[in-house]
Design a protein around this ligand. Structure first.
Ligand code: KG4
Ligand code: ZN
Length: 354
């Protein structure tokens, strides 16, 4: 089976052709980062307009790199939720038009399910079998829009359960906001990651509180640490030189500690031996290193997809769609965008003791 996947939920216009076995035949990602950078974050209307310009060329490129015509496809998958409504609408219209014109089945994919299954993608030849987890696994999904821990018993929506999520900001959002406060530009994760590598976290630890210290909870909160950095900058000004590196290291260390501790705890509570990383923040070198060490200590097997599978891409959408098609599922041409995920949330937004 060869399935085209289209992704336009946020600030990447992406399309890919993937088989139901997860082999990536093509994967085209056109980032809008430069377009949104002057605003320090994604501007929804700007995103939607740029998707409208880019979606047809990106889809063409994905088909041509895979060496398939629309007539050769077995279906068209598209991110239908969650995301920016206007941005989602562009991908949906493109997918519907193509599916209708070529007479192919259409399936909508929940973007978060795409991230959670991205670990199964095979790029440039098959990795040995142990590089792909079996079900069940515990997955940490940390991106600019979402941060949650899931138990994944299978690829369908009803086999995925949220164990805990953030009550406020997503982890990537915290990186982006702190980078903005420090004058480091957008997106913030990669640059904070780079500066943190040569920083001494202990030298700046008084500026940064521990993140959500309550031990039993699997929920996150990242707004407090962002406010602490904002207060620090308001009082002392933007740090420079080594002090900047130290502050980045302290901030990243606190965020990573929370992500690692809670993910490992979730695996223990669930009695699951496999841990998977997903989402753009999974590119963070500090997170990868500390998660690897923590899993090793506890005898957990850790699966970390390559960077291209962690950040937003069309291949994960095509793959999740291929599994839906293989299960005989289809969506009608009136499929509508939804801003929220179809995965039931257990974590409520906001404060309070729980
Ligand atoms: O998954 P993704 O590409 O898009 C969303 O669905 O949000 O994630 C983007 C997020 C941004 O917030 C970015 O700052 C963060 O991932 N990110 C990182 C790193 N690379 C990207 N955060 C920390 N360290 C990184 N190396
Ligand atoms: Zn994403």
């Amino acid at each position: 089976m060869r399935v085209l996947g289209i992704e336009t939920s946020c600030d990447e216009t992406a399309a890919a052709v993937v088989t139901e076995g997860g082999d990536v035949l093509s994967d085209v990602v056109r980032s809008q980062v430069a377009l949104h950078a002057p605003y320090g974050g994604v501007v929804p209307e700007v995103a939607a307009r740029d998707h409208a310009r880019a979606v047809v060329p990106v889809v063409r490129e994905a088909l041509s790199r895979a060496g398939v015509a629309a007539a050769d496809l077995d279906g068209v998958a598209v991110t239908s939720r969650p995301g920016l409504a206007g941005a989602l609408l562009v991908g949906l219209q493109a997918a519907k038009g193509l599916a209708w014109a070529a007479g192919k089945p259409l399936v909508g994919v929940d973007h978060l399910v795409g991230h959670l299954l991205a670990v199964f993608l095979r790029r440039g030849g098959a990795p040995p079998p142990e590089e792909r987890p079996s079900f069940p696994y515990v997955a940490l999904l940390a991106s600019g829009g979402h941060t949650a821990i899931y138990r994944v018993d299978g690829p369908s929506l009803d086999a995925i359960r949220e164990l805990g999520a953030t009550r406020d900001d997503a982890a990537g959002e915290a990186f982006d906001k702190v980078a903005k406060l420090l004058g480091l530009g957008y997106p913030g994760g990669p640059v904070v990651d780079r500066l943190a590598a040569t920083g001494n976290a202990a030298a700046a630890s008084e500026a940064v509180p521990a993140v959500m210290a309550r031990k039993e909870s699997l929920e996150f909160s990242f707004s407090g640490i962002k406010s602490a950095v904002a207060r620090h900058v308001a009082k002392r000004g933007r740090p420079e030189g080594q002090a900047l590196h130290d502050l980045c290291a302290a901030f990243q260390g606190a965020v990573v500690d929370a992500l690692v501790q809670k993910t490992v705890r979730a695996a223990r509570v669930e009695g699951v031996e496999r841990v998977v990383l997903a989402g753009g923040v999974a590119a963070n070198r500090g997170l990868r290193a500390r998660m690897a060490a923590a899993c090793e200590r506890r005898g957990l097997a850790l699966f970390v997809p390559p960077f291209a599978s962690c950040t937003d891409n069309g291949a994960m959408i095509a793959y999740a769609g291929a599994l839906r098609l293989a299960a005989g599922e289809r969506d009608a041409l009136d499929l509508a965008p939804e801003t929220r995920t179809a995965l039931p949330r257990v974590t409520r937004k906001g404060g309070g003791a729980r």
